[in-house]
Design a protein around this ligand. Structure first.
Ligand code: AMP
Length: 297
């Protein structure tokens, strides 16, 4: 069983070709929908009174939504703009709203989850909630520049209580105050986690474990429209695959990283969650096969 905890958001995304306002987003949304192609995830999150019914219905169709709390106040909102290359994103606004003082509770039926993904969210909430699960076999967390700049010590503490950290290259450098990704990964492992997966956007990912480095390229694409949620889709695909195999063997973790790259590639092909929601398992398998052929020599 897999539980995902993190932000469910109303996103405003500004790309050079289109602006989409107040659409369903959030790290946990992308991660849980992505994971749902491998196993049915349970979601814990908070939304406000303004959260549209149609978005609740989308979530209901992909996840067990018992853990979504409807609180008084506004839903978490994120506003970001991409540059012309779609490689750099500037955060215009982060409104925590109901996320600020959320006291998450793990529903009784989720407590036995063996796989737990702590998506982008307040790191102290993340560190607290992981203790509420009874028999975690594999946990993973992510973070974002906002939390590194406002709660760095809590981010470091959170990374000490999970089995793996998935983080993008720029944030890994910012967090560890180094420019080298190997040094950054080592430093994160010193804080207590066993695996570090550094996401490098269009350049794929690096998986670190002990002295092992497993690089996997991104699935090459010609047309990218919106990179939002690619990292979360990567992580959701990765942990969803692990949960479906009920395995934490290194060889399975490597395969999971490849599924992460495959899921990230679908996310960027359409705006918002639309790269994921129309997918079929057969599309994923086809792309995984092509990926295998691509990297074989
Ligand atoms: P990604 O593109 O994978 O880095 O993730 C983008 C998603 O993360 C968006 O859908 C946002 O709603 C969400 N997000 C952005 N900032 C934060 C934050 N400070 N805490 C939690 N989630 C966030």
């Amino acid at each position: 069983m897999l539980t995902v905890f993190g932000s469910v958001a109303l996103d405003t995304i500004r790309t050079p070709s289109r602006i989409i306002k107040n659409v369903l987003g959030g790290a946990a949304t992308f991660a849980a929908i992505s994971a749902s192609f491998f196993t049915k995830p349970s979601l814990i999150a908070v939304v406000g009174h303004d959260f549209p019914r149609k978005y609740q219905n989308v979530l209901n169709s992909f996840v067990d939504a018992t853990g979504i709390v409807h609180a008084k106040g506004k839903t978490f909102r994120y506003d970001g703009s991409y540059d012309n290359t779609l490689s750099f994103r500037t955060t215009n606004k982060t409104e925590l709203n109901v996320l600020r003082d959320f006291k998450p509770i793990v529903p009784e039926k989720y407590r036995k989850s063996e796989f737990v993904y702590l998506a982008n969210n307040d790191p102290s909430q993340n560190a607290r909630i992981i203790k509420e699960f009874d028999k975690v076999k594999f946990s993973m967390c992510d973070t974002i520049d906002f939390w590194i700049s406002t709660k760095r010590n809590d981010v470091i503490k959170m990374m000490g209580v999970v089995d793996s950290v998935v983080i993008n290259d720029e944030e890994a450098k910012m967090l560890t105050k180094t420019h080298n990704l190997i040094k950054a990964a080592r430093k994160i492992m010193e804080w207590g986690t066993k695996y570090v997966i550094i996401k490098k956007g269009e350049h794929g990912s690096l998986l670190f474990y002990d002295d092992i480095v497993f690089p996997s390229p991104a699935f090459s694409l010609e047309n990218i429209v919106d990179p939002t949620g690619a990292g979360d889709s990567f992580a959701g695909g990765m942990i969803g695959y692990l949960a479906s195999k009920n395995s934490t063997k290194l060889s399975t973790i490597k395969e999971a990283a490849v599924y992460g790259n495959v899921m990230g590639s679908f996310a960027v092909e359409r705006y918002g969650i639309h790269g994921l929601v129309g997918l079929k398992k057969s599309h994923i398998q086809k792309r995984f096969k092509r990926y295998r052929q691509m990297v074989h020599f």
